[in-house]
Design a protein around this ligand. Structure first.
Ligand code: FAD
Ligand code: MLT
Ligand code: ZN
Length: 562
């Protein structure tokens, strides 16, 4: 169960824009939009090169029972790993230097370093919390290589960490593993404005890369709600999918090359800039989605498309999931090459965002489901006409009950915030059990309904504002265009009965339909023991052999993944 007490940037953005949206007409409109690529690029929030500022004050420091090791006593520290000593720290100081900006040392003085270590020990959801006493922040591939070689030689376990926005507990230590933070490796190294090839260090923040590209007429082929904090190296390591996979495809297709460091310090130089390269095994693919278990990605080369000159968004309400499927079918047919996102939100998820922000809803009445459709193309008038014709047609056919079109950049952002703000709203309300799954589209939402019924039957659900049962709501939203559902169970307080009702029920439900228990967030610690629901024994064995080949001593991100 995750607990996240603070309002965070997407919701603040919503707060800025929703009141403006609510002043505007909220009924369907057929208006011509003209936005420039630069305007679209400038629309996003954080561009800091620092991690998200959610450092708890000592007063808010969590209790002993918040440690992952206490919550999950079945996970035992592997005694093959050495414990850190001041001598190890002295060695790292000799490599990196002495300042707190390159090394946080809680080995020599645990109390003095406690506050500085805390953000590296706690994950974004505040669900997982480790005991690291040492954070290392290398500034070059050579430094990463020296660190890993030393760790490998001395049996010191390591957790690579990017922006620490991962949602499966993969980015923070479980016990005393060293955190290797990529924050200082954030440079953009090259950009070819003819081919669109970008080469950057792995610690470059996704939004920084995208803004750099926006200024040159290009776009990063991945976008997600955590863009202001996550790193492109972290994106590759989780094989993040995000909001426009429908349009730009998976990172397995857009990444051209990587540079990585293996646990023994070997630098793997596969930083190709070529789109086509059939010379042997495509080893970079193994690092995409490896979640830091076989090495550290240090550089990324990626194919970036031309930034669309026009982006338009429609947001509409529907009376059933069946209607949402019909709308998706129509959107593909009518919008075809300009369709860039098709997202689904149920009423429960939107009610939670509304409750947290207090802002007026985009549509006048509520509906069981909502979809957000985005188009990206080269001709603003043409695209906008296509989208409004689409909206009129699905309304005429009785597929869509009500809808609205963004009339300008501010409204476009406000509509997106109703979708992107769900994750943060859920965290703000207390605990949340998150399931990120792929299921054949026809059956996708049934999982939410069956889970809701099961939780209610167990007497755990109470959706009234002053309810007393542990579960506040069972909601679903996600990337409908990719058959990727986010099932979330919002809770008022931690209650072990909830987890028992949910697991393995959810995983068994998915396995019966040949779905995937992790569509885009990865395995981390949260899903490690459930991989068998989506992968055969033979596949898991092969994965373990690969892990053994790349990381024979098992120092990379232990206790997770497989
Ligand atoms: P971290 O969280 O720091 O790390 C993630 C994993 O990668 C860890 O196992 C870590 O050890 C490893 N790692 C990090 N950097 C490296 C490296 N350089 N080399 C080797 N291993 C490394 N995910 C989606 O797929 N789609 C979404 O739409 C989406 N939306 C999100 C919205 C919000 C609000 C939040 C908080 C998260 C969202 N995520 C989403 C989840 C998350 O996977 C992504 O935010 C992102 O890809 C993680 O990047 P990061 O830099 O924060 O990585
Ligand atoms: C999203 O699509 O919003 C993200 O994957 C995060 C989440 O699942 O909440
Ligand atoms: Zn998602």
């Amino acid at each position: 169960m995750a607990c996240r007490p603070q309002l965070t940037p997407v919701l603040r953005r919503l707060a800025r824009t929703a009141s403006e949206l609510s002043r505007q007409a909220s009924r369907p409109q057929a208006l011509s939009l003209a936005r420039t690529a630069a305007a679209a690029g400038g629309s996003r929030s954080l561009s800091s090169s620092q991690p998200r500022p959610f450092q708890p004050t000592p007063a808010r420091r969590k209790a002993e029972d918040d440690f992952t090791s206490t919550k999950y006593p079945g996970i035992k520290r592997d005694d093959r790993f050495a414990r850190l000593t001041p001598d190890h720290v002295a060695h790292f100081r000799s490599l990196l230097g002495d300042s707190n900006s390159v090394l946080i040392d809680g080995v020599t003085d645990a109390e003095a370093a406690a506050d500085d270590l805390e953000p590296f020990n706690s994950d974004w959801m505040r669900k997982y919390r480790g005991h690291t006493q040492l954070v290392l922040k290398p500034a070059s591939t050579a430094e990463v290589s020296q660190i890993l070689k030393y760790c490998n030689d001395n049996m010191l376990a390591v957790v690579p960490q990017g922006g620490n926005t991962g949602l499966v507990g993969g980015s923070v230590p479980v016990f005393d593993e060293i955190v290797l933070s990529m924050n200082r490796m954030s440079q953009i190294l090259e950009f070819d404005d003819v081919s669109g090839t970008l080469v950057a260090e792995a610690g470059c923040i996704l939004e920084v890369a995208d803004q750099y590209l926006a200024a040159r007429g290009y776009i990063f082929p991945l976008d997600l709600g955590a863009k202001g904090s996550c790193h492109i190296g972290g994106n590759l390591s989780t094989n993040a999918g995000g909001l426009r996979l429908l349009r730009y495809g998976s990172l397995h297709g857009t990444v051209l090359g990587i540079e990585a460091v293996l646990p023994d310090g070997t630098v793997v130089d596969d930083l190709s800039r070529l789109r086509k390269n059939n010379t042997g095994y495509d080893l970079k693919q193994l690092f995409i989605g490896a979640e830091g278990t076989i090495g550290v990605i240090t550089k990324v080369s990626i194919q970036c498309p031309q930034r669309p000159a026009a982006q338009n968004v429609a947001f509409f309400g529907l009376e059933s999931y069946e209607h949402a499927q019909r709308a998706f079918r129509e959107a593909k047919g009518q919008l075809s090459e300009i369709l860039s996102a098709f997202e689904l939100m149920d009423e429960g998820s939107q009610a939670l965002v509304h409750r947290v922000t207090g802002f007026k809803r985009p549509l006048e009445s509520t509906h069981p489901f909502y979809c957000l459709v985005e188009t990206s193309g080269s001709n603003a008038d043409h695209d906008s006409e296509k989208l409004s014709t689409f909206l009129e047609s699905v309304m005429d056919k009785g597929i869509v009950a009500d809808g609205t079109l963004a009339q300008d950049e501010t409204q476009l952002r406000a509509l997106w915030a109703w979708r992107e703000g769900i994750t943060e709203a859920l965290g703000h309300l207390g605990g949340v059990f998150k399931y990120d799954v792929s299921i054949p589209l026809a059956q996708m939402y049934q999982l939410v309904e069956d889970t809701r019924a099961r939780v209610a039957e167990a007497g755990l659900l109470d959706d009234s504002a002053d309810g007393t049962h542990p579960v506040r709501a069972v909601v679903g939203y996600g990337h409908m265009g990719d058959s990727n559902l986010h099932l979330n169970i919002s809770t008022r307080r931690f209650d072990p009965r909830v987890e028992k009702v949910l697991e393995p029920f959810v995983y068994e439900w998915i396995a019966k339909r040949q779905g995937s228990i992790s569509a885009e967030h990865g395995l981390g610690l949260a899903k490690k023991k459930y991989i068998g629901y989506s992968r055969s024994e033979g596949m898991v064995r092969l994965m373990k052999q690969i892990k053994g080949l790349y990381d024979p001593k098992g120092i990379m991100n232990p206790y997770k993944y497989i």
